[in-house]
Design a protein around this ligand. Structure first.
Ligand code: ZN
Ligand code: ZN
Length: 154
């Protein structure tokens, strides 16, 4: 548990530094929403985030959360899981915008982020054969994660 807290603090420090470098403002609300996303082992919906945010900011409204999410997405700190309309922190916040392959567990909602440039290059070259230029990817796979499938065996 202590380790998780340390990790969160380190991540928050990391995004604080990135925001300072980029000259964008990490408001306390944006920071809290990011921390809430990091604290959850599964992907969080905007509704869940709003409920959690209300614990410290009772006056928080849906637009508060959506504005914070837009900012965090724009900066590449989080990813939207399109198929479940929820959010996870990026595994490499300091990287530039990238496409990730998300493995989504349908049992526990845990999301694993993979980055594979070869996969993205393959998709781009397949599309090119049809004269198609890809401007955005959603690469999501659904299934059962390792810990859920070992739970089943017991
Ligand atoms: Zn990422
Ligand atoms: Zn699972």
């Amino acid at each position: 548990m202590v380790m998780v807290m340390n990790l969160d603090l380190e991540l928050v420090k990391q995004i604080e530094e990135i925001c300072a470098t980029r000259g964008v403002r990490l408001t306390p609300q944006r920071k809290t929403v990011f921390q809430l996303i990091c604290a959850s082992p599964k992907a969080s919906s905007a509704y869940e985030l709003l409920e959690q945010l209300k614990a410290t900011e009772p006056q928080a409204k849906p637009p508060t959360v959506y504005r914070a999410l837009d900012f965090l997405l724009e900066q590449g700190f989080i990813h939207r899981v399109e198929s479940t309309n929820s959010f996870i922190q990026c595994c490499s916040c300091n990287a530039h915008k990238h496409y990730s392959h998300l493995l989504i567990c349908d049992k526990c909602s845990n999301v694993i982020e993979l980055q594979d440039d070869n996969l993205v290059a393959l998709l781009a070259s397949n599309a090119e054969k049809h004269g198609f230029t890809i401007t955005n990817h959603v690469i999501e796979s659904h299934g059962i994660c390792q810990s859920c499938s070992s739970d089943n065996k017991e």
